[in-house]
Design a protein around this ligand. Sequence first.
Ligand SMILES: *Cc1c(COP(=O)(O)O)cnc(C)c1O
Length: 372
Amino acid sequence: MTIKIPFLKPNLVKQETLIPYLSEIESSRIYSNFGPLNTRFEQRVLDEYFDHLGAVTTVNNATIGLILAISQSKRPKGKYVLMPSFTFAATPLAAIWCGLEPFFVDIRADNWCMDEKILNEWLQILGDQVAAVIPYATFGTNMNLDFYQQIHESGVPVVVDAAASFGTTENLNHFGKGFPGCVVFSFHATKSFGVGEGGLIYSANTELISKIRQAENFGFSTRRETTLPGLNGKVSEYTAAIALSTLDVFDQKLKAREQIYGWYLEQLEHTDLLGKGWTIQKAEGKIPHQFMSICCPEGQQNSDIIHSLASQNIEARTYFSPPCHQHPLFTAHPHTPLPVTEKISSRIVSLPLWEEMTNQDVRLVVEGMVPS
Ligand SMILES: *Cc1c(COP(=O)(O)O)cnc(C)c1O
């Protein structure tokens, strides 16, 4: 049987909208190295999303973005990078590429973000051994960053993994705006602002962004001499073209995703699943939902729900199950007790949410989870 409802159906910008930008590339004959389209994209993002406060730099993906942000902000004598285990493998991998060790911290049962109280305790215990802290704004939530701003200003560098948060706002303020550490967004095709491969680093600290910009261009100084342990993290003008034309239609994309999320909430109410032990994330702000996450009731396994949906030709996933500390590469790394992480990851189900889904599709998915 063919899949009736796939998990994802990425919908990048249409070719017609790209043609004017491609013509510009042909005339400029500039194809990369912070070219004119890339510069225009960065300026529009800074003006339209961050009220021209701070600075941004594009990167060729968020994993490289995390590596650049960690390596340019870490404390030189530190060893550990504190992060949730309930995140994508890219985050601990980025720490390892920076010569550091991931240290996994449990999450909160309500918002599925790192537990600030537990984190605080371990910051005390580990002291100078902490090189950096990487909270993850889980599934794009507008996580309150006040606590992390305090930590950052107290001298422990914070890099926010905001992979799914481009477009997240609260009272019209974009997520991360004004934050003095790095905030790293992903533009992977599967994210809501998808360009194929790409990402962006924001910080209110313009000097930090200048340093990262230098690091992502081989660490070159203005004399093209390498002065930092750099790499090549730049985006091509073709990617910048896709990013610019995505900005032109992003509001519509956000509205479509918001509507589908609303249909999910209606169906959950209609079927009273939330009254029957199913739970959803306590998420804050207006979120460009990448998929619909839900926890099945205690005592049930997410794999059973996935199989039940699959038998009805509906594709679902389990982000993030297994959690990072259970991946073979990361099992030896230290962690706090992780009871909440383990409980949520054994029950988490990620449901389809893509822009052309209909209310009927959403009904089929929700009814498919609870066969009558
Ligand atoms: C997608 C994602 C990343 C990696 O982003 P890429 O642009 O694919 O490198 C990192 N962290 C989280 C939480 C993600 O969801």
